[in-house]
Design a protein around this ligand. Structure first.
Ligand code: ATP
Length: 303
């Protein structure tokens, strides 16, 4: 058998935050319709793909990141992405993937989804498929609700389960403190708590506030601060009441806004500029690992 071509393609993909996460009533299939405004921030992982004799994945943690919960079997999202694209395109040569994890795991930052998006693009490039963008986005949506946004990046609206992504005009650059917690939270558990909290109540169809869309178009961080929100936050706080403390500490330290990221437990603090973010990071650092990041950044990119 001929030796596989010794090539490697590396793709970087960003973490996502939800500037606004509107959650609608649970559907019969168990999913909740979402109306969310995503932003890609400068916390990134990268995935390298190279030809191999077997399908496999390895993972190296970035500083301060625990990868113990990252599966290294067929359930790994990067590996699932590679296999899905191979099946779609009729590729039979396996790849080995290596993930350099710069996004905390199970933190509400869509780290697994970023790996999936990166693997799709890496394999598409490695196999020289030139898959149409719309097909890659469709495959991404089959892998998970947040995977298409990992390809698109920037600031964008997400509808459906979050997989229907439309770019939003954003003229700003925003400085965030991202406070991560070593103990992740299960997204399904947070949605289940959301259902408990809304039992018997009429949950309206979710919408992205027009004030938020206007704030992004104007690139106005203060206006953005007035329109961020997360419908999952009460459920996350019920499961993790102690998160209220860092959120308040960030506001006491003059953060423009403080909110839980997605299903949590990561907390986000919007700041005026990088210096302000450094001060806010200092003020909340006793509660977890506080890193400064900026957004929006581009989606999955071949390095
Ligand atoms: P969600 O997208 O469900 O909101 P999250 O952003 O909170 O998740 P992730 O870092 O994506 O968190 O991890 C969620 C779970 O996905 C992990 O606990 C892990 O079991 C599984 N998983 C599968 N593949 C990966 C991967 N490549 N990296 C991280 N987690 C993965």
């Amino acid at each position: 058998m001929p030796e596989p071509t010794p090539t490697v393609v590396t793709v970087r993909a960003p973490a996502k935050i939800n500037l606004h996460l509107g959650v609608g009533p649970v559907r019969p299939d168990g999913f909740h319709p979402l109306a969310t405004a995503y932003q890609a921030i400068s916390l990134c992982s990268s995935v390298s793909a190279s030809p191999s004799t077997d399908w496999s994945v390895t993972c190296t943690p970035g500083e301060g990141i625990d990868v113990a919960a990252v599966p290294l079997d067929d359930s790994n999202l990067a590996l699932r992405a590679a296999r899905l694209l191979a099946e779609h395109a009729g590729v039979t040569t396996p790849v080995t993937l290596h993930i350099d994890k710069g996004i905390p795991v199970a933190g509400g930052l869509a780290g697994g989804s970023a790996d999936g998006a990166a693997a799709l693009l890496a394999c598409d490039t490695l196999w020289e498929l030139d898959t149409p963008r719309s097909t890659l986005l469709d495959l991404a949506g089959q892998l998970g609700s947040d995977v298409p946004f990992g390809l698109v990046g920037g600031s964008a609206a997400g509808h459906g389960r979050g997989e229907v992504v439309t770019p939003l005009t954003d003229t700003g650059r925003y400085d965030w403190v991202v406070l991560t917690d070593p103990v992740g939270m299960s997204t399904p558990a947070v949605y289940a708590e959301f259902d408990v909290l809304h039992d018997g109540l009429v949950v309206p169809d979710p919408e992205i506030p027009s004030a938020l869309v206007d704030a992004l178009a104007a690139g106005d961080a203060r206006a953005l601060a007035g329109s961020v929100g997360n419908d999952l936050q009460p459920a996350s706080l019920r499961l993790r009441p102690e998160l209220a403390e860092p959120l308040q500490a960030g506001l006491d330290a003059t953060a423009l806004a403080a909110l839980v990221s997605g299903s949590g437990p990561t907390c986000l603090f919007l700041c005026e500029d990088a210096d302000h973010a450094a001060r806010v990071a200092d003020a909340v650092s006793s509660y977890g690992r506080a890193v400064v990041a900026s957004g929006p950044v581009e989606g999955a990119t071949v390095l």
